[in-house]
Design a protein around this ligand. Structure first.
Ligand SMILES: *[C@@H]1O[C@H](CO)[C@@H](O)[C@H](O)[C@H]1NC(C)=O
Ligand SMILES: [Ca+2]
Ligand SMILES: [Ca+2]
Length: 373
């Protein structure tokens, strides 16, 4: 096992670490001085960037719960606009062909303007194959069994866990929290195999998304599988499922006909999740209806890493197969998670985006891969 100091030297991305007692280096919790203080304020902050190893910023913002649906509403996948699969979308294993085309990326009506959701711009993409679901614990276990890969959270010895998932015993052992997003707690021994710490296991959720994987881990997995992470443009194009100018992969209404189409948060964050969509934590990667391209859980369930560096400024020039900025500090993540509610994290829209450092990991962040046909 590499020591922390060895890791700092070896890891290209660990620029945020200071020297000293390894126990104090594991997760850096100060606000990120490079981030505008207004970047996550008002009704839009969620602490999305907070569970990072090199800084953090967040806020609170609350709205009363709006319970309207029952947990049963997701039991039978509804046959509505989002569930149709176009004839041009063929399958290859557990991947689906996303046809070449053009789309309008981003939005001119940003839900969270400071995230760089706009301006809307035309993007052309070549065809690619995409995993129909988030990489599952079972998928990741195959990779680890085959390669002996050790994730960054395992090397660092800790990862961020949403406090609502933790027992009182585990919580009582933690003295730090993210200053402005106190629902994120650094948990020793939390990693993909032990999502809530050493006493938790994945045996009963092998079909759930793998969590506590950094961008570097995700890249290693996709590379092993002969695939790669999607660019942000590919991810967003796939998210839209062939629909134009819609908020969600299935349309503009969050719950068409009273049905849930994504694993999000119902109730008051962070105190109470009613689990009205059937899940208070992650759900199986094949749950919820597919979008127009046959993809599950593009929004909600686990956030998904993309290949691109983060930047909030975009050209309106028409681009072909854009790959994002050539350099940066954070990588783009898309789709929001089971922790998202409109009151504090309206990021379960295709145009929404957030970021984290490439060595960060948390209990709501995973990924899926793409490949070239
Ligand atoms: C990985 O290896 C362990 C130990 O040999 C085994 O129990 C498990 O079934 C393997 N998992 C997969 C997905 O092959
Ligand atoms: Ca849920
Ligand atoms: Ca997802």
């Amino acid at each position: 096992m590499l020591s922390r100091n060895t890791l700092v030297i070896l890891c290209l991305y660990c620029y945020g670490f200071a020297s000293g007692d390894p126990a104090e280096q594991s997760l850096v919790l100060e606000p990120d001085s490079t981030t505008s203080p207004t970047a996550e304020t008002g009704s839009t902050g969620c602490g999305c960037r907070s569970p990072k190893r090199s800084g953090g910023s967040a806020d609170s913002g609350r709205e009363p719960p709006t319970a309207k649906y029952s947990a049963e509403t997701n039991q039978h996948a509804p046959q509505t606009e989002g569930a149709r699969r176009p004839e041009h979308a063929g399958t290859s294993g557990e991947m689906v062909l996303i046809p070449a085309g053009q789309f309008l990326m981003g939005t001119d009506n940003p839900g969270i303007p400071q995230d760089g959701e706009g301006p809307q711009r035309r993007v052309h993409l070549s065809a690619f194959l995409m995993d129909i679901h988030e990489v599952s614990n079972l998928d990741f276990e195959k990779f680890v069994n085959a390669t002996g890969y050790v994730t960054e959270a395992e090397m660092f010895g800790d990862s961020f866990v949403f406090e609502g998932l933790l027992s009182e015993t585990v919580k009582s052992q933690i003295s730090q929290a993210v200053a402005l997003a106190p629902w994120w707690l650094p948990v020793k021994g939390a990693n993909w195999k032990h999502p809530e710490g050493p006493n938790s296991h994945i045996v009963d959720r092998l079909d759930h998304p793998v969590l506590h994987v950094s961008w570097n881990d995700a890249t290693a997995y996709c590379s092993w599988a002969g695939k790669r992470l999607p660019t942000e443009a590919e991810w967003e194009y796939a998210c839209r499922g062939g629909l134009q100018d819609r908020l969600f992969p299935w349309g503009n209404k969050l719950n068409p006909k009273g049905q849930h189409y994504a694993n999000l948060w119902q109730g008051q964050f962070p105190a109470h999740n009613t689990g009205e969509d059937g899940y208070v934590k992650t759900s199986p990667v094949m749950s919820f209806p597919v979008n127009g391209y046959g993809l599950h859980n593009m929004v909600g369930n686990a956030w998904e890493w993309t290949a691109d560096w983060w930047n909030v400024h975009h050209t309106t020039d028409e681009l072909h197969n854009p790959t994002g900025p050539s350099t940066g500090q954070d990588r783009v993540k898309k789709g929001g998670s089971y922790m998202c509610h409109k009151s504090y994290c309206y990021r379960y829209r295709c145009a929404a985006r957030s970021q984290n450092t490439p060595d960060s990991s948390s209990s709501n962040l995973g990924f899926r891969c793409v490949s070239d046909p």
